[in-house]
Design a protein around this ligand. Structure first.
Ligand SMILES: *Cc1c(COP(=O)(O)O)cnc(C)c1O
Length: 361
C-alpha cells in the first residue's frame, strides 16, 4: 500500500532501519534470557512491512500475526519457522488453510474446537489455548479448561502446544491487575501440560514473572516503548520524513490553517510541510506538537490538513523549501508525538507506515 504521492520527490516517506529491529530483538533476548521469542508482526509488522521485517528478525524463534489469513500469506515468505495466528480460525475455510500452511492456531472459543474436530485426522494442527485471566477480550474462562482439555482429547489430529494469556494493564506502573492476571494464569494452568506464554512488550519490560516459555513482543521490536516514554535501550525502526514545500512570513494576529486555531503572536516565519492525515500523521496533533526541521525542534502551528501541516519556524535558522522535516523517529520519539496527539505510538506507526512509501536501510 502506497499513497498516490509516493512517486513525487516531495512525498512523505517512512524510512525503516532494519538494523534497529535486530538491535531491539537483542534487547528482548537480554531481558528475557530464558524465553523463546514469538515476534509479533501483525498489521503489516506495525506498519513497517512484514516481508522486510521478518527477514530482519530471522533470528526470532517464531512469528505471530492476528489472523489466519495473515499467517497464510506470511507462510509464503517464512518456510522453516513456526507461525502463530493469535485469533485462530473464524471459519471452516480458515481452519483448512491453517492446517495446509502448518499454522499454529490460538483458540479461544468452542466453535473453534468444532472446526478443528471437522478437520479430522491427518497432519496435526498445533493449538494453543487462550485463557482469559482478566482482559475480558478473547479466551476461555479458567473454569472451562477442564472441559476444553477433555474435548481436545477426543479431537483427532490436534496437537496441544500449551496455554497463553494476554495482559491488559502491564504498561501501567505497579499494576495490581497484572499481578492478579499472572496468578490467575498460574492457577488455571497448574498441573496441565504444555508451554506457557503471557508477556507482550510491556510484560517483557516490566514483569519478569510473566516471561515463561515464550514471550510475544510486538511494539518494542519496532523501537517504541509501550510504557509511554521513549526507552533508552530501544532504537526506533521508523523515521517518518517529509519536506518543506513553502515558506512564508505571517503578521502578528494572523490566523493559520483551518479554523484559525493558531494565531501568530508576532510577525513570524511559517513553514508548510508536505504531510497530513492522509499520510497517517495524526489529525488531532495540537498546536505545539514537536517536529524536527533541519534537525531543530519546531512546533506545529494550526490544524493538520489532509496532506499538509504548518509549522512555527521561529528559532529555526536558515530553512529552505525542500528541507527535510522529521515527524518522529530518530531524534524525536514517537512516544512524545503520540502523547501530544492523545494516542499511542502503535497507532501512529501502523497508520503512517501503511499510508506512505517505505524506504529500507
Ligand atoms: C499484539 C499482541 C501482542 C504484542 O503486543 P505489544 O504490546 O505490541 O508487545 C502480544 N500478544 C497478543 C495476543 C497480541 O494480540
Amino acid at each position: 500500500m502506497q499513497s498516490s504521492q509516493s512517486h513525487t520527490p516531495r512525498a512523505a516517506r517512512a524510512h525503516i532501519d532494519l538494523s534497529a529491529l535486530s538491535h531491539n530483538l537483542d534487547r528482548v533476548c537480554e531481558l528475557a534470557p530464558g524465553s523463546r521469542v514469538m515476534a509479533v508482526v501483525k498489521a503489516d509488522a506495525y506498519g513497517h512491512g512484514m516481508a522486510e521485517v521478518v527477514q530482519a528478525l530471522d533470528r526470532a524463534d517464531a512469528f505471530a500475526v492476528a489472523t489466519v489469513m495473515e499467517a497464510v500469506r506470511l507462510r509464503e515468505r517464512v518456510a522453516g519457522r513456526p507461525i502463530v495466528a493469535l485469533q485462530g480460525p473464524h471459519s471452516w475455510d480458515e481452519a483448512q488453510l491453517a492446517r495446509a500452511a502448518r499454522i499454529q492456531v490460538v483458540i479461544h472459543a468452542w466453535e473453534q474446537l468444532d472446526l478443528l474436530a471437522r478437520l479430522g485426522r491427518g497432519d496435526g494442527v498445533e493449538v494453543w489455548l487462550k485463557v482469559d485471566t482478566g482482559m475480558h477480550r478473547l479466551g476461555f474462562a479458567p473454569e472451562e479448561l477442564d472441559r476444553v482439555w477433555s474435548r481436545l482429547g477426543r479431537v483427532a489430529g490436534v496437537r496441544p502446544m500449551g496455554h497463553l494469556t494476554h495482559l491488559a494493564r502491564a504498561d501501567e506502573p505497579g499494576s495490581e491487575h497484572t499481578d492478579r492476571q499472572i496468578r490467575a494464569f498460574e492457577h488455571a494452568v497448574e498441573g496441565r501440560p504444555g508451554l506457557q506464554s503471557i508477556a507482550n512488550s510491556a510484560g517483557v519490560l516490566r514483569y519478569p514473572d510473566s516471561h515463561r516459555d515464550w514471550v510475544r513482543p510486538g511494539i518494542m521490536l519496532y523501537g517504541c516503548s509501550p510504557l509511554g516514554v521513549a526507552s533508552e535501550v530501544l532504537e526506533p525502526a521508523m523515521t517518518l520524513k517529509a519536506v518543506v514545500v513553502q515558506l512564508k512570513r505571517c503578521r502578528g494576529g494572523e490566523p493559520v490553517g483551518y479554523g484559525g486555531t493558531f494565531v501568530c503572536p508576532e510577525d513570524m516565519p511559517i513553514g508548510v510541510v508536505g504531510i497530513g492525515y492522509a499520510d497517517g500523521y495524526p489529525r488531532h496533533a495540537p498546536n505545539g506538537t514537536p517536529v524536527l526541521v533541519g534537525g531543530c525542534r519546531a512546533a506545529l502551528a494550526g490544524r493538520v490538513s489532509m496532506d499538509m501541516i504548518t509549522v512555527d519556524l521561529r528559532g529555526v535558522p536558515e530553512v529552505s523549501v525542500g528541507d527535510e522535516v522529521v515527524l518522529w523517529g530518530r531524534g524525536l520519539p514517537v512516544e512524545e508525538v503520540s502523547r501530544r496527539a492523545g494516542t499511542i505510538g502503535y497507532e501512529l506507526l501502523c497508520r503512517a507506515g501503511c499510508a506512505t512509501h517505505r524506504l529500507y536501510t
